[in-house]
Write a protein that binds this ligand. Structure first.
Ligand code: MFK
Length: 214
């Protein structure tokens, strides 16, 4: 597992983000359009060829593997291939994680047609993905790395497509284990709750935190 440090400052990171984000947003829009289009079937082969041409252009120069989790000189993370928050990943809604008091992490996300499971409702795996990620962000609020060891997701009721709100925080520590809880709510209130144990890996375990994150 390699964390890559890019020799750039955060201003340069923001510049790069501003270049690539419109492309990712355009691809998200394309995904939605493919799901919902009702153009004549005869138009589809032409559109397919146009999309393939764009893909080929992007592939003319690309990295060998995944993007990785890169860091700027200031230590700002660039998890741009991440399926929950990735700036370069059109699969990500994306979720934009915000920091609140006492280690709270929260996000407002709009989930459209690409995230449908039961008709008009959010796919349960998408709820689990977003919660896992946000709980991971809450676990990381103390500055130590940790991985999901176990996560339990309880679907209280269906979640409607549209705007959803997520919150998570670390409730307590036990040695290298962080016990983290979170909720996902749609316009009618909480619909999914999650609790998880995040574990600080051995290589990062010199001084596990014993206090609530700030
Ligand atoms: C700010 C950055 C934000 C980023 C957010 C990203 C969120 C995304 C979260 C993820 O997707 S992480 C990827 C999915 N998870 C994994 O791939 C984890 C794979 N598993 C592992 O790497 C290791 O199994 C793990 C680090 C979880 C534990 O291995 P260790 O060798 O460190 O565990 P160890 O045997 O030393 O046990 C330490 C404690 O943890 C407990 N433990 C171990 N594995 C556990 C587990 N799976 N679930 C719950 N508890 C576990 C274990 O019982 C013990 O408890 P006690 O101290 O009370 O004895």
């Amino acid at each position: 597992m390699t964390f890559v440090f890019e020799d750039i400052d955060d201003v340069e990171m923001e510049r790069r983000r501003s270049v690539v984000e419109p492309l990712t947003d355009a691809v998200r829009d394309l995904v939605d359009a493919v799901i919902r289009t009702e153009v004549a079937e005869g138009e589809i082969p032409d559109v397919t060829a146009a999309v393939r041409a764009v893909t080929e252009r992007l592939r003319s120069r690309q990295s060998d593997g995944p993007y990785g989790v890169r860091y700027t000189r200031a230590g700002t993370g660039m998890p741009w291939g991440n399926p929950a928050v990735g700036v370069r990943n059109a699969v990500a809604p994306p979720m934009r994680v915000q920091a609140g008091d006492d280690g709270l992490r929260w996000a407002d996300v709009r989930l459209g047609a690409a995230y449908e499971g039961p008709p008009g409702l959010v796919h349960g795996g998408i709820c689990a993905l977003l919660l896992d990620h946000l709980l991971g962000e809450a676990a990381g609020a103390d500055g130590t790395p940790s991985f999901t060891g176990t996560i339990s997701v309880r679907y209280l009721r269906e979640t409607r497509l549209g705007p959803v709100h997520l919150e998570a925080r670390t409730d307590r520590y036990d040695g290298p284990k962080k016990f983290v809880t979170g909720t996902l709510s749609d316009a009618d209130g909480p619909s999914v709750v999650a609790d998880a144990v995040f574990v600080i890996p051995r290589w990062a375990r010199a001084t596990p935190p014993q206090e609530a994150p700030q």
